[in-house]
Design a protein around this ligand. Structure first.
Ligand SMILES: [Zn+2]
Length: 494
């Protein structure tokens, strides 16, 4: 008996050791996807002047309140366009400007070789409102510069990018640079409300003209400071190759209503509550393939072995990772279509039984799944045919996935390697929405990355309190866009 147990233990231990060796070998065989490049010459930029212009841009209140045309701050957008004209004279002298839906601005810098597909750089002029102004360290629309920091709404989302792009173009023109490849700058005016009159119309306009872009670059990720991602003591540059879809489902339960002194067994509110609990207890399955799988596989070879083994063997470690992600919403959002119950309603009075109770459930959909599939699965999980489940508003499927190889991705990777040699690049999934998705008709290579350094605390700056950017961070962003435009003319095969 004892001997049999020992033998069994021996077998189990050997198997475990064999598995550990196998997983380690797999991890060690995963090749690094990073590239090296000779450092780019350090470009002279007037960082203080750029910071003053960003501060001035922040002062113009180009706020998007809603997609409703009546809420459009037309005067502010007109003032912003005028201010751009005054602030970037060389740009406005050389690039052709056209207006789409009046306030979206599209600049074309004609390349010397018209046979090359254009480089398209996106940024948006509009910002979200600044609530809780009294909580800000500096007023959100004052455009204050203090101790090397530019403060205000839009400093990073997304006037930082817009100004950095304009500064880069103005700098290159000052250097006498002419691009081989046409460069298009497209600055939408309603990104924060979904881009219906901005990005959607600009992309339509370009598509109607037969434009096929070599690369579209928009906001999305940033250059993450060492320590921002657990385990990384180097910069990490996640490049958004796709963005999640969006669907809000409304659950509706109907009942006879009546007085609450004689309630029946199952009221509409109880039916909704049951459905909500079921959805909460049945999260969407974890997916470790696709973009998220690629993200971890690009990171794994750059990590010490104890972290490399689980990331290189996600098929085996998906469950522990999911368990570990239980307390980490940011990781959870990369692994699955997320479920968030956001609104509940019942009877309007405490002694009245509801004739109708509702819940709104917001899903952010992983590439590979569709909004229709989310609807079908939700009906199945709720398991109550009496309860209506419908889209509350038009859903949006996930974006297509842009390639993580090929000349366009290499262009970004090489530009980063030249300017930030220690940075680890990885394709990644954007969990929010950007204007970039609207450009699907004109490009396969659509990327979401802004070249500014972000620390762990900076993640909450976009749409948050005390939005700000350091002047030297802005200067590095200008250098990135300038180098990208230069490199776009020389990368073969693009
Ligand atoms: Zn934005």
């Amino acid at each position: 008996m004892f001997r049999a147990l020992l033998r069994l233990l021996g077998i189990v231990l050997s198997l475990a050791m064999f598995a550990a060796v196998l997983l380690t070998v797999r991890a060690l065989r995963l090749p690094s996807r990073q590239i090296t490049a000779p450092p780019a010459p350090v470009r002279v930029v007037d960082a203080d002047a750029a910071a003053r212009r960003l501060a001035a841009a922040i002062r113009i209140r180009t706020i998007s309140y809603s997609a409703d045309a009546a809420d459009l701050q037309a005067d502010a957008f007109a003032a912003f366009a005028r201010w751009l004209t005054e602030s970037y004279p060389k740009l406005h002298e050389t690039l052709a400007l056209e207006r789409v839906s009046e306030h979206s601005l599209v600049y074309t810098w004609a390349g010397a070789d018209p046979s090359l597909a254009p480089l398209v750089l996106l940024a948006h002029q509009d910002v979200v409102p600044a609530e809780n102004e009294e909580l800000w360290s500096q007023p959100p629309f004052a455009g204050t510069i203090a101790d090397g920091i530019v403060w205000g709404r839009g400093a990073v989302d997304d006037k930082g990018s817009l100004i950095a792009i304009c500064e880069a173009v103005e700098t290159l023109l000052g250097e006498g640079f002419t691009p081989q490849r046409t460069v298009i700058l497209a600055f939408g005016h309603d990104e924060e409300v979904g881009g219906p009159n901005g990005a959607v119309r600009v992309a339509e306009t370009l598509a109607a003209r037969g434009v096929r872009a070599a690369l579209v670059l928009d906001e999305g990720f940033a250059l993450l400071e060492p320590g921002t991602l657990p385990g990384f003591e180097r910069l990490v540059a996640p490049i958004g190759v796709a963005e999640k879809g969006f669907a809000t489902l409304q659950l509706v339960a109907r009942a006879a209503g009546g007085h609450s002194s004689t309630p029946p067994r199952n009221t509409a509110t109880v039916a909704i509550a049951r459905a909500v609990v079921r959805l909460d207890e049945s999260p969407m399955p974890v997916s470790v393939g696709g973009v998220t799988g690629a993200f971890f596989h690009w990171l794994a070879p750059e990590l010490p072995l104890h972290l490399r083994v689980p990331l290189a063997n996600l098929d085996v470690f998906a469950r522990p990772l999911d368990w570990a992600a239980g307390g980490q919403p940011a990781i959870n959002a990369l692994l699955r279509t997320t479920t968030a119950v956001t609104m509940l309603s019942g009877s309007p009075k405490d002694n009245v039984l509801p004739v109708e109770a509702t819940a709104a459930v917001n899903f952010r959909i992983l590439p590979g799944q569709t909004a229709e599939e989310v609807l079908a699965r939700t009906r199945q999980v709720v398991g109550n045919p009496e309860l209506e489940v419908r889209f509350q508003r038009a859903p949006r499927d996930p974006s297509p996935v842009s390639p993580s190889d090929g000349p366009a991705f290499t262009l970004l990777q090489r530009t980063l390697a030249e300017l930030h040699p220690s940075a680890v690049v990885a394709p990644a999934l954007v969990v929010g929405g950007t204007d970039a998705r609207h450009y699907t008709p004109i490009a396969d290579a659509i990327y979401r990355f802004a070249p500014f350094r972000f620390g762990a605390d900076d993640i909450k700056l976009p749409h948050g309190i005390d939005e700000r950017i350091a002047v030297d961070n802005l200067a590095d962003g200008i250098r990135f866009y300038a180098r990208l435009i230069e490199n776009a003319s020389t990368i073969p095969g693009l």
